[in-house]
Design a protein around this ligand. Structure first.
Ligand code: TXA
Ligand code: MG
Length: 334
């Protein structure tokens, strides 16, 4: 199969719609990462997502809709705090889980009676969703367990020859996947951290909990139990306080002939300037938002140039950094 990368316009959107109507898959941009989409009403099409990704059969997909779509057609029991959250944060990187009306294909939710709904803010992504005017089931457009894609080229690297069309919307600005929020209870509960933080949700909803699985307890967001986001090279992760050890590790690897690279934020890089040449650094930036935006891009760059990525965790741990650290830890083997 030939895989086309096309800019978003009338022709490419018509092509995308045709593909979706014939049970096919289309990759499309969102503000977080690229998605690999299928018609969410069409079980046969949705099955193909699991096949091409190599995704475990018990990890449900989320459903993407345009901003004028009436989600009450597909989910019910929407609590009042969700309307407030939607008012404030949608379109945007927040996925809300509601009770399903049973109309979306059961393949999407892997047998759960709930559905995660996402309204992305990316202009090209919105245009696509509006044009096809159907709910689109989509996980991140990467081979299962690989680093999520933030450019059309990243999607191509994983799915060349396996999907017909990638809609090109440039580099995703957000950089880590949406916050997944369980909205089936009285108090919303974060199942996966992201750019819409627990604090931002609590500010609007009055309260917000974070799901932390206890040993033996069922994982409520099934995707969280799998190894994830891993580049195709060796990785190590050091705490911020242990940057000297990271530098020593770099030196040892280089001496052994390995292409070792240090991945860290800009502040940390300054402290290492006398030990690590700038061209062997994968810089993540300064603020939490900047680091989130660069993380997958730099991990993908790293796997192309490095035998080993030696990452140093940023010092700041609040807000957006909760989600960043979750990804970084998993990328480096948990
Ligand atoms: O930003 C994003 O969310 C990206 C873009 C493409 O929209 N999508 C994405 O999808 O990250 P995916 O499939 O890689 O992650 C969806 C997460 C998984 O951890 C999954 O287990 C969880 O959402 N999830 C999906 N449906 C759920 C449900 N009904 N209840 C609880 N968790 C659910
Ligand atoms: Mg994913």
């Amino acid at each position: 199969m030939e895989t086309q990368i096309l800019d978003i316009g009338e022709d490419s959107l018509s092509a995308a719609k045709n593909i979706l109507e014939e049970d096919g898959l289309v990759a499309f941009p969102t503000e977080t990462v690229y998605g690999l989409g299928a018609d969410a009403f069409n079980g046969e099409a949705v099955k193909k997502i699991f096949e091409v990704k190599g995704r475990p059969q018990d990890n449900p997909l989320i459903v993407h809709v345009h901003k004028d779509y009436d989600i009450e057609r597909i989910v019910c029991d929407i609590p009042s705090y969700s309307y407030k959250l939607a008012e404030r944060y949608l379109p945007g990187p927040l996925t809300m889980v509601f009770k399903s009306r049973g109309r979306i294909s059961p393949v999407v939710s892997c047998g759960l009676d709930t559905i995660g709904i996402r309204v992305p803010s990316h202009e090209g992504g919105q245009r696509f969703l509006k044009f096809v005017d159907m709910p689109i089931a989509a996980p991140s457009a990467n081979i299962s367990k690989h680093v999520s894609p933030v450019t059309a080229e990243h999607v191509y690297a994983d799915f060349c020859g396996k999907i017909p069309l990638i809609l090109n919307g440039g580099k995703c600005s957000g950089g880590i996947e949406s916050t997944v929020l369980d909205c089936t209870g009285e108090v919303p509960c974060v199942l996966r951290s992201g750019l819409v933080t627990r604090e931002m949700i609590a500010e609007v909803a009055g309260d917000c909990t974070v799901f932390v699985p206890k040993a033996g307890e069922r994982v409520r967001s099934p995707g969280m139990k799998y190894k994830h986001y891993s580049p195709n090279c060796r990785t190590m992760l050091f705490e911020y306080e242990r940057l000297e050890e990271a530098a020593a590790e770099y030196k040892k690897e280089r001496a052994a002939g390995s292409r070792a690279y240090i991945m860290c934020d800009d502040g940390c890089a300054k402290r290492l300037l006398d030990k690590i040449p700038a061209e062997h650094m994968l810089l993540l930036g300064n603020s939490g938002e900047e680091i989130a935006s660069n993380l997958y891009f730099k991990l993908r760059e790293g796997e192309r140039v490095a035998d080993i990525i030696i990452a140093i965790a940023p010092e700041d741990r609040g807000g957006v950094m909760v989600g960043v650290m979750n990804r970084l830890t998993k990328a480096c083997g948990g």
